[in-house]
Design a protein around this ligand. Structure first.
Ligand code: SF4
Ligand code: SF4
Length: 497
């Protein structure tokens, strides 16, 4: 260790106490120039002693001074203190430590040299992390969520055949003052990520003020998605926020767009112009294409590829197969792709990828993950569910649900931030009932009721209620996650197979 240089806690990360443990959390957005230094969206539970140690690094300090201070505070010889802090100084890899029987995970570069510091410093004190008991086992955050998703509205510019949104509820929106109050509460509780989604964020009348207020309070979006054709003036206003945009573009042909999105015939030209202007003003963007019967042809993909290939700031083109949503109108089978068609598209994508400069992300989800896992929710294939374990979703009128796909489904409403604080909602009886399910609440029809690993499985929050409801219907909410080997066959097919 170079003892001349001062070191400091990497304030990109945030320390937060949670009664019986502490957490290290990271925001979702990081400026490109720091991307290699940190791990956005990091979340881990740690023994509070580590948070106390890091509190001594709130401001830059030399290693000899830090060692002396910690030796006094921890009542430990200086050599032992040096060994304790060594794994965190400019750690290029995730650090794993053992402390009094607890295993602790730390993101890379948790402690850095003074000159590497970016962002605002926070002054922590060891007393903030005082504890009486230790619990690093419970997955769910005790006091408040780690992240919040706020849906600004539930109306859209388009009317897509594969619609994923519940637009039927006419919600009275929260006032902008209330939204600001919620953001300030989130900041107070150390919520690390505050994401805004629509409906359509750009149809929300206060979108500029909202971005300003979020940034003022340390929340920066990592992506904003839209289907709204934006004026050049709006793009110029948006550019300084430095937030990437995702534009949905399913086809270029006006007739196909009319069928898919129920838009006027000039929509295609307007959205193409939007993309050109986004690129012209140097905003990083990605494009998402959802495939249904109406745009499944290779010719459609070729024309999209040729169009997108001209842009400098296109970071990714994501092609997805449309999937059934809880709000799909009409008969989903009528618009879904056949397995043969998915295979054709797969072949085309693999071929194009060999030569193209466009970064194509192709999700060929054919349902492989379902009905496979024998060991319960910890081992389910796919991304981990954040619903009601680390995340809460605030609907436009202030009602709080556990997952954005569940919208106003009353079974999953855990509170209302127009009347309650974030902390009250997070600890409401409904939130806790859903988070810690009891066997006696399951019906005999559910295989979970008699499952030998019920406690082990359901103490690890990872059940996708959205998939359960899509596959088995609302009344069968207590059926297993369809990734479980014991899950019954779907009553309603989810996939394009
Ligand atoms: S049957 Fe239910 S409780 Fe048992 S492993 Fe499957 S999902 Fe978990
Ligand atoms: S319930 Fe399903 S859709 Fe909702 S957050 Fe969890 S995994 Fe995602």
């Amino acid at each position: 260790m170079n003892t001349d240089k001062k070191i400091v806690f990497n304030h990109f990360y945030q320390l937060r106490h949670d009664i019986k443990r502490s957490h290290i959390l990271a925001p979702s957005f990081v400026d490109k120039k720091y991307a290699s230094l940190v791990q956005p969206r990091w979340m881990s539970r740690i023994h509070p002693v580590y948070a106390m140690i890091f509190s001594f690094l709130s401001e830059p300090v030399s290693i000899p001074d830090l060692t002396k201070e910690l030796s006094y505070f921890l009542e430990m010889p200086e050599e032992d203190v040096e060994a304790l802090i060594k794994p965190f100084i400019n750690n290029n890899e995730i650090a794993v430590t053992n402390y009094k029987g607890t295993v602790n995970y730390f993101p890379r570069n948790i402690v850095i040299e003074e000159g590497q510091l970016f962002g605002n410093s926070v002054h922590y004190t060891p007393q903030q992390f005082a504890y009486k008991e230790i619990d690093l086992t419970q997955e769910r955050y005790y006091v408040a969520p780690a992240s919040i998703l706020f849906m600004v509205n539930n109306h859209c510019y388009t009317d897509c055949v594969y619609c994923y949104a519940n637009k039927s509820v006419k919600a009275t929106p929260l006032s902008f003052d209330k939204i600001k109050d919620i953001i300030l509460q989130a900041k107070k509780w150390g919520v690390a990520v505050f994401t805004i989604v629509g409906g359509e964020v750009f149809l929300y009348k206060n979108w500029k003020e909202l971005f300003d207020f979020l940034i003022e309070n340390g929340y920066k979006e990592s992506l904003v998605s839209t289907k709204v054709p934006l004026s050049e003036e709006d793009i110029i206003t948006f550019e300084p926020y430095g937030i990437p945009i995702q534009i949905s573009l399913d086809a270029l042909d006006p007739e196909a767009l009319k069928q898919i999105l129920h838009v006027k015939s000039d929509y295609g030209e307007k959205i193409k112009q939007t993309i050109s202007n986004i690129d012209k003003h140097g905003i990083d963007f990605q494009v998402a294409t959802v495939l249904t019967k109406y745009n499944e042809t290779i010719d459609n993909l070729k024309s999209l590829h040729d169009f997108l290939g001209q842009f400098k700031h296109l970071r990714r083109w994501e092609i997805r197969v449309g999937f059934k949503s809880l709000y799909s109108r009409g008969d989903f089978d009528r618009i879904k792709l056949s397995k043969e068609r998915i295979n054709d598209i797969n072949q085309w994508v693999e071929e194009v990828k060999k030569t193209t400069s466009v970064n194509i992300l192709w999700s060929m989800d054919t349902g492989e993950k379902y009905f496979k896992t024998e060991e319960g929710s910890r081992k389910f294939i796919g991304s981990r569910c954040s619903a009601n374990y680390s995340n809460m979703v605030i609907l436009p009128d202030g009602k709080v649900t556990i997952c954005e796909q569940l919208y106003w489904n009353p079974r999953f409403i855990i509170g209302d931030v127009s009347k309650q604080s974030i902390e009250e909602v997070w600890n409401s009886s409904r939130a806790l009932e859903l988070a810690f399910p009891k066997r006696e609440h399951f019906r005999d029809e559910s295989v979970c009721k008699k499952c030998a690993i019920f406690d082990e499985c359901l103490s690890f929050p990872n059940k996708c209620y959205a998939d359960v409801l899509k596959g088995y219907g609302d009344k069968n909410w207590d059926y297993p996650d369809p990734r479980c080997v014991k899950a019954p066959q779907f009553i309603n097919e989810l996939q394009a197979v």
